[in-house]
Design a protein around this ligand. Structure first.
Ligand code: NAG
Ligand code: NAG
Ligand code: NAG
Length: 379
């Protein structure tokens, strides 16, 4: 029975074996020697990444860089063409071909019917910027890309955090620029001319230069976007994530610092905490917003800093007591009845105390005052 079903395919299988075993090494050699424009490395797995030729843009350059980081495409040849026959032979095609079909590894976004965003393809993610080939490839291969580049495991929660961060802070911009989506309504106050996309654009041949060859520029662009992506990934992995871990620990331990849960303590100063605090309050479903963070300064004294109302505002959720502001040292200690006070900034967003206990006491007193505003006259 089975034999009967497969019999019609035998001639094909035979030819296929003949091709792979005997003919293809010769053909490939010939092909390579007559096609100097193909970007390749010496150790080829025979895989081909297809993208369009002519003027290149940041999105497909970044997509090609991403793919090349995966084991199956490490040594893949990048074939730049608009010839459908050549593209059909590619293992994966990005930014050309008029098709989006992940099963067949076709990742174009130019077809009229294409309206996908990260959110439309992965409803649990929030980004609604139309995808370019960079975002498409990142969406489908990004986690594996990051496991390759960071040695983190695919199910590590930190990997997911990095995956989100690098979409939001690297790839989404490339998607938006490529799709002509402006950052805000109305006329911009000034020009930003140094985005990654702009710098890739500048590597194309000038309109009036004799050579209109794009291969060297494409190669340079591939190197540039790759270095910048790796650099950024390294920053987020080695600086940003460790800070997030410190803040996360502090958020989890906060009730041990003060039962209110409104005060965080960092045993080491200098850790960038604001962005993480806002994100983690959401992730960890912190119900009562955190008001103060305490940390040692460079002199081993303690700082109390107010949590701002938002990332880009000078408003605080709760400012240090009004009557302490702009007062220093003994005067402040006398006024507050808290010994060892150093200062409270005139705007009330930060204060200092010689000890951790002192700084915590300043937080507690401010919290108490906020719950029970001083009755008439008593302060
Ligand atoms: C070529 O690739 C194979 C498999 O990835 C590897 O084992 C081999 O060391 C490579 N050779 C060179 C010269 O890079
Ligand atoms: C792009 O490739 C096509 C087919 O390979 C070719 O006909 C065309 O001239 C190329 N265009 C540019 C701008 O290199
Ligand atoms: C530190 O805080 C304690 C307790 O609130 C307070 O008594 C003391 O005056 C403060 N000292 C300084 C230098 O801020």
């Amino acid at each position: 029975m089975l034999w009967a079903i497969f019999a019609p395919f035998f001639p094909y299988l035979f030819l296929h074996c003949l091709y792979t075993l005997i003919l293809s090494p010769f053909l490939r050699k010939k092909y390579m020697s007559t096609e100097p424009k193909r970007i390749r490395t010496d150790n080829m797995t025979g895989k081909k990444i297809g993208t369009h030729n002519g003027t290149f843009h940041c999105d497909e350059v970044l997509a090609c860089f991403f793919l090349r980081q995966l084991p199956e495409y490490t040594d893949a040849e990048i074939i730049r063409t608009r010839d459908p026959a050549q593209l059909a032979e590619c293992d994966i095609v990005v930014d050309v071909g008029g098709e989006f079909d992940p099963k067949r590894h076709r990742y174009d976004h130019h077809q009229r019917t294409f309206t996908e965003t990260f959110h439309s393809l992965c409803p649990e993610k929030p980004w609604v910027t139309k995808l370019s080939s960079a975002g498409l490839v990142y969406l489908h291969f990004g986690r594996r890309l990051l496991t390759q580049l960071t040695q983190l495991k695919e199910d590590d929660r930190q990997l997911e955090v990095l995956y989100d961060k690098l979409y939001e802070n690297f790839v989404e911009e490339v998607d938006a620029v490529d799709n002509g989506i402006s950052q805000c309504e109305g006329e911009a106050r000034y020009t930003v001319s140094t985005t990654l996309s702009a710098r890739v654009g500048h590597l194309n041949p000038r309109w009036n230069s004799k050579s209109q060859d794009t291969e060297e520029g494409f190669r340079k662009a591939l190197k540039m976007v790759g270095e910048e992506f790796i650099d950024r990934l390294d920053f987020y992995k080695s600086s940003w994530l460790p800070a997030r871990t410190v803040v996360e620990e502090a958020v989890k331990q906060r009730h041990q610092i003060d039962p209110s849960g409104e005060v965080l303590l960092f045993s080491q100063g200098g850790c960038p905490w604001k962005e993480h605090l806002f994100a983690l309050e959401k992730d960890l479903q912190v119900e009562t917003p955190i008001k103060f963070v305490l940390y040692p300064d460079q002199n081993g004294q303690w700082r109390i800093q107010c949590v701002p109302a938002g990332l880009n505002t000078f408003q605080n959720r709760l400012s240090l007591l009004e009557e302490w502001r702009g007062v220093r040292d003994e005067a402040l200690s006398e006024l507050s009845g808290i010994k060892d006070c150093i200062f409270v900034h005139a705007s009330g967003f930060i204060g200092g105390n010689k000890t951790q206990e002192g700084a915590l006491e300043m937080a507690r007193r401010t919290l108490q005052a906020a719950v029970q505003p001083p009755a008439n006259g008593s302060s």
